[in-house]
Design a binder for this molecule. Structure first.
Ligand code: GLY
Length: 315
């Protein structure tokens, strides 16, 4: 019998209380993770996930999500899905109802969602559309000078995104994925990730959030891990899997996260931006890391009255 716990990245606090309510009454980690991420996807004030997510370079919202089960390493995911507000539930349906596959993208994922009864919805809210139009007017950003390497990478990314937006004109018109990791009373460990991906990304771009080993990994023998931030870096470093490998070697969750970030920091990347990660072990230990000060992760146990914000260790 394990003591239930759920942890998440920044802004997961919108969903963690609902997840902990499920875990506290003996519910499954899979239900807890899906429920938490659905709350986040439905939070229209969050512009990095679900409804209200920022659009791609053509002004269309495209969503990625995944879920992984620690005991079986079964994985379900969708990428570049348009018009469905809860990609985490479609990812779960891929895992449970299409076990011959793990990942569906674009029109195929949308066909599967439709066949399985998921409702279509408009995802581009007025607030996100306004942010998109505002971004089109801020093209004079400096990429040199006193900025850190991560800030310069961010600025270069935004400049390139604006060039893409202009490339696709005329059109109708900072990022932050959410991770949730839960351990239930039966000892099952599940990791879920949901995102609208990089704002103004190239249409069809799928990030680490939909990829096993990159943005999401769970192995109940050692632990689970997930990433937010620059997905191309966690894809290239196979970040979430690397963290679980470090847990298997005996590092504690914070040390394992820092080891992955140190490796990713060695990769050349003109668009380098913040990469963050967090980890949870099957005995309930947790930790998180980031490249800069001030970022947090969120934790709830069955004795919590509200989400607790803990600082991430800084590389
Ligand atoms: N980490 C989220 C993304 O790169 O899309």
């Amino acid at each position: 019998m394990s003591r239930p716990i759920v942890i998440g990245s920044e802004r997961s606090e919108a969903g963690l209380p609902a997840a902990m309510a499920i875990l506290a009454r003996g519910g499954s980690a899979l239900d807890a993770v899906e429920t938490a991420l659905r709350c986040c996807e439905d939070n229209v004030d969050d512009h990095y996930v679900g409804t209200g997510g920022l659009p791609n370079a053509q002004g269309v919202v495209e969503l990625d999500a995944s879920v992984m089960i620690g005991s079986t390493r079964a994985f379900g995911a969708v990428g570049a899905v348009r018009g469905f507000p809860n990609p985490i539930s479609i990812a779960r349906a891929v895992l449970e109802r299409l076990p011959q596959h793990s990942l569906l993208v674009g029109p195929g994922a949308e066909l599967f969602a439709e066949e399985n009864g998921f409702e279509r919805a408009e995802l581009l809210t007025d607030a996100a559309k306004k942010l998109f139009h505002t971004a089109l007017q801020t093209s004079g950003e400096s990429v040199e000078g006193e900025q850190t390497a991560a800030q310069q990478g961010d600025a270069r990314y935004r400049q390139s995104a604006l060039e893409l937006v202009n490339h696709f004109a005329p059109h109708d018109g900072p990022w932050g994925t959410i991770n949730v990791l839960a351990l239930d009373s039966s000892g099952e460990l599940v990791v879920g990730v949901s995102t609208s991906g990089y704002p103004w990304k190239y249409p069809g771009r799928v990030g680490d959030s939909a990829l096993p080993g990159a943005g999401n990994y769970a192995d109940v023998r050692y632990g689970g891990s997930a990433c937010t931030g620059r997905g191309e870096l966690s894809m290239r470093s196979v970040g979430a899997r690397a963290i679980v490998t470090e847990l298997a070697r005996g590092l504690d969750p914070t040390e394992a996260c820092l080891a992955m970030l140190a490796d990713a920091a060695t990769l050349p990347d003109d668009f380098r931006a913040e990469l963050r990660c967090l980890a949870l072990t099957p005995d309930g230990r947790h930790g998180a890391a980031s490249g800069q000060d001030g970022s947090v992760y969120v934790v709830m146990t069955d004795s919590s009255t509200e989400p607790e914000f803990l600082p991430r260790s800084v590389l």
